[in-house]
Design a protein around this ligand. Structure first.
Ligand SMILES: C[S@@+](CC[C@H](N)C(=O)[O-])C[C@H]1O[C@@H](n2cnc3c(N)ncnc32)[C@H](O)[C@@H]1O
Length: 349
C-alpha cells in the first residue's frame, strides 16, 4: 500500500484540485493571523495541500516541531513563520515528488519571512521508522501531522515513534480521518479509497485504545466535522460508514489517569497567549475564559501545569483530596455529529 500511496501523491495527483473526494480538505474556521501566514506561502506549495484540518496549536515561538507526512510543505512553511527564526521545523515524507516541491521553495520562504537563514528542513523517510533518520528520544517540543496517519499500514508504530521523540510535556497535535466503525479489508485494499484518506481511517475507539497503549493516556479532541464524500460513485460504496475529520492533542505526560478525576483543582487563565487573549479553546470541552476561576480535572491540571502552557495560568489546589469523577466532561463517543447523515457539509480546500 505504501507504493500505491507514493504513486497517488507523487504521480496521480498534481494538486488539490485532482482529489476525488473532500476527505483531504480543510473546512475549518481559520484565525486571521494564520490566514495572513497562508498568504505568504508560495502558490505551488499551497496548490499541493492535502490536509484535513488546521494543525497550528498555540505558543509556537521558538519551538522545535516535526511534521509527519509533510507533503509539499504547506504546514511546515506556515509553522516556520510561527516558530520564528529561533525555532526549527522538520518535515518528513516518503514521496520524492512532494519533497521536491517543498525543497524547491525553502529559499523563497526564507526571504519572504525576512529570516537570515532557513529554519525548515525536509527529509525523506517513513513515519513508522523515524529512528532510521536518527531522530533522538525526547528531541521535539511538538509533533504535527495532517491527514497522514490514516495512510500508514502500521499506525501503532507511528504513534509509538511520536511518543519516543517528544520531550516530556510535549504534544502530538494532529488532524486525521476517523470512521464510526472498523473498515473491511476489501475497502481498505481499494487504492483510490485508501489514497483519498478514507478506507485506511481508524475506527475512533481503536484510535483511542492505540494512543493509550503507546503512552498518550488521555487523548483530547480539539475539533471535528463529519466528512462529505463529494463523489457519487465512491459514496455509493461507503455511505453506510460515517467518516470524520478530527484534530486531537495528545500530551506526553506519564501517569495521566485513564479517566478525568476531580481533585477540586482550578486554574485562572492570564490571557497572555498571543492571539488568544480573551479565551483559550484548549480542547472541545474546555473553553477557558481569561480571568475567571475555571475548575479542571486532575489530568487537565497537569496538561496545563507541566507543559509550555504553565506560564500562562495560575494554579489552585493539589491532588491530595479526591472528590470522585470529574463530571460533565469526557463523553465516551467523541464526535457529537456522529449520527448525522448530512452530505451537504460543503466542499472545501
Ligand atoms: C494526504 S497527504 C497530506 C500531506 C500534507 N500533510 C498536507 O497537509 O498537504 C499524505 C502525505 O503523507 C505521505 N505519507 C503517507 N504515508 C507515509 C509514510 N508511511 N511515511 C512517510 N510519509 C507518508 C504521502 O507521501 C503524502 O505526501
Amino acid at each position: 500500500m505504501k507504493d500505491a500511496v507514493k504513486e497517488y501523491y507523487g504521480k496521480v495527483l498534481q494538486g488539490t484540485k485532482d482529489l476525488k473526494t473532500d476527505a483531504c480538505c480543510t473546512d475549518t474556521e481559520i484565525p486571521g493571523f494564520i490566514k495572513q501566514g497562508l498568504c505568504r506561502i508560495h502558490a505551488e506549495v499551497a496548490g499541493r495541500y492535502y490536509g484535513c484540518g488546521l494543525v497550528m496549536p498555540e505558543l509556537l515561538q521558538g519551538m522545535r516541531i516535526l511534521d509527519l507526512g509533510c507533503g509539499a510543505g504547506r504546514d511546515c512553511f506556515l509553522l516556520s513563520q510561527l516558530v520564528g527564526e529561533e525555532g526549527y521545523v522538520l518535515g518528513v515524507d516518503m514521496t520524492d515528488e512532494q519533497l521536491a516541491v517543498a525543497n524547491r521553495h525553502i529559499d523563497y520562504h526564507t526571504k519572504q519571512f525576512g529570516f537570515s537563514r532557513p529554519n525548515v528542513e525536509f527529509r525523506k523517510g517513513y513515519i513508522e521508522q523515524l529512528n532510521e533518520l536518527g531522530l533522538a528520544d525526547n528531541s521535539f517540543d511538538i509533533i504535527i501531522s495532517n491527514c497522514v496517519i490514516n495512510l500508514s499500514p502500521d499506525k501503532e508504530a507511528v504513534l509509538r515513534e511520536a511518543y519516543r521523540i517528544l520531550k516530556p510535556g510535549g504534544e502530538l497535535y494532529f488532524s486525521d480521518v476517523y470512521s464510526d466503525r472498523r473498515i473491511s479489508k476489501e475497502l481498505a485494499a481499494d487504492p483510490v479509497l485508501f489514497g483519498e484518506c478514507l478506507s485506511g481511517a481508524l475506527y475512533w475507539n481503536d484510535f483511542h485504545n492505540l494512543a493509550k497503549q503507546v503512552g498518550f493516556l488521555d487523548p483530547r479532541l480539539v475539533e471535528d466535522r463529519p466528512l462529505t464524500i463529494g463523489n457519487d460513485e465512491l459514496a455509493k460504496r461507503i455511505d453506510y460508514i460515517h467518516f470524520f475529520s478530527a484534530t486531537y492533542r495528545l500530551f506526553k505526560l506519564p501517569g495521566l489517569e485513564p479517566h478525568c478525576e476531580d481533585y477540586g483543582q482550578a486554574v485562572i487563565y492570564k490571557g497572555t497567549i498571543p492571539h488568544y487573549e480573551r479565551q483559550l479553546q484548549f480542547d472541545k470541552q474546555n473553553l477557558i475564559q481569561a480571568g475567571t476561576t475555571f475548575p479542571v480535572s486532575g489530568n487537565t491540571f497537569r496538561m496545563l501545569s507541566e507543559t509550555r502552557f504553565a506560564a500562562h495560568f495560575e494554579f489552585f489546589g493539589a491532588d491530595d483530596t479526591h472528590y470522585g469523577i470529574f463530571k460533565g466532561k469526557g463523553a465516551a463517543i467523541p464526535f457529537d455529529k456522529r449520527a448525522s447523515n448530512d452530505k451537504s457539509g460543503g466542499a472545501c480546500c
